[in-house]
Design a protein around this ligand. Structure first.
Ligand code: UDP
Ligand code: MG
Length: 319
């Protein structure tokens, strides 16, 4: 029998876990005899009761397992831990907050059976997200598709089913500065899009702060493209050409009309403009160097406190 791993990265999701588990359990009942399930939670340094809730669940249900990370590493890394520990023939990644409806899962399985290896969900509606977040995301995808060497599809996130082939491929990519959306595109394989209606977060607050969104946005562009570096070369050439033409123009007007008016404003503007551009591109180079710095340290992407399974919990109880 084929096994499907449902992987849920979680960070302070205590209010959602029981409902999520019930829905997943109900779903799995429809597949008794056809698929085996594994519910793999990745506890990304939660400070609430999330871990103990999952531990309790795993005592009653041997399908429930949990990778407990040593601290909060962020969702991108938590998902990598999920890929590492998943034992299924396919993995389905979903959020703990029920924004990804479990009712979409059967559709994904159908496509997987047809031979597709990466069945990804595309949001058709985004209930309960601020106007600001929607506008930001729209603008961002426009910029990202310009820069990236592999196209990233708007409104497609981590809610997807991946075949074992894809899982093994992603596991080989050990970057700590991860942009998983770019990685899905980079690995290739047979892809299929299905749509889903994103719900509102069931309980609790979104874990994303503006700061982490900006970081993810920058990572998206930087981790997959050297175009921004080239941009600095082009702009440098453009600005230098412009200054040279301006120089000739000033020379000629001075020769024809005599000394020009004192050029303080022009000078100031040019100076500010140039130092601004230089700082901007130094910043871009800095971003890349920062990434190199972090990657050359070759640290493991995450550390694990414990791997919670039913047998493990039983053993702990005996002691
Ligand atoms: N998450 C995580 N680590 C983090 C932040 C979030 O594992 O540092 C999980 C979170 O528990 C949820 C999923 O990632 O299951 C998506 O997070 P959230 O719902 O806060 O993001 P949004 O849906 O607002 O983009
Ligand atoms: Mg959410």
């Amino acid at each position: 029998m084929k096994k499907i791993t449902i992987c849920v990265p979680m960070y302070n999701e205590e209010e959602n876990l029981a409902v999520l588990y019930d829905k997943l359990d109900l779903l799995s009942k429809e597949y008794i005899g056809s698929y085996e399930f594994e519910f793999l939670f990745v506890n990304d340094g939660s400070m609430d009761q999330s871990l103990s809730i999952v531990k309790t669940l795993s005592k009653e249900d041997s399908r429930v397992k949990c990778v407990d990370l040593s601290r909060n590493f962020g969702k991108e890394i938590a998902m990598l831990a999920g890929f590492d520990y998943a034992t299924g023939d396919a993995i389905i990644i979903m959020d703990a907050d029920l924004q990804h409806p479990p009712s979409t899962i059967p559709k994904m399985i159908v496509e997987w059976e047809k031979g597709y290896q990466d069945v990804y969900g595309k949001r058709v509606t985004r209930h309960g997200e601020s106007f600001f977040k929607k506008a930001f995301s729209k603008m961002y995808y426009k910029i990202l598709t310009r820069f990236s060497s592999v196209p990233v599809i708007p409104a497609v996130g981590d809610f997807r089913l991946l075949d074992r082939k894809c899982i093994d491929s992603i596991k080989k990519i050990r970057e700590t500065q991860r942009y998983t959306k770019g990685i899905y595109m980079w690995i290739g394989f047979k892809k299929k899009e299905i749509t889903f209606e994103a719900n509102e977060r069931f309980a609790g607050e979104t874990k994303w702060q503006f700061k982490s969104l900006v970081k993810l946005a920058i990572d998206g562009i930087i981790s997959d493209s050297v175009v921004p570096l080239r941009l600095s070369l082009y702009s440098g050439v453009a600005i230098a050409t412009f200054s040279f033409l301006y120089l000739i123009y000033t020379l000629i007007t001075t020769l024809v009309h005599g000394s020009a008016t004192p050029g303080y404003p022009t000078l100031t503007i040019l100076l500010l403009f140039l130092s601004g551009t230089q700082l901007f591109f130094m910043g871009i180079i800095g971003e890349y160097i920062g990434k190199i710095f972090i990657e050359v340290k070759r640290r493991p992407p995450y550390l694990v406190q414990e791997f919670v399974t039913q047998e493990q919990t039983d053993k702990d109880d005996e002691i």
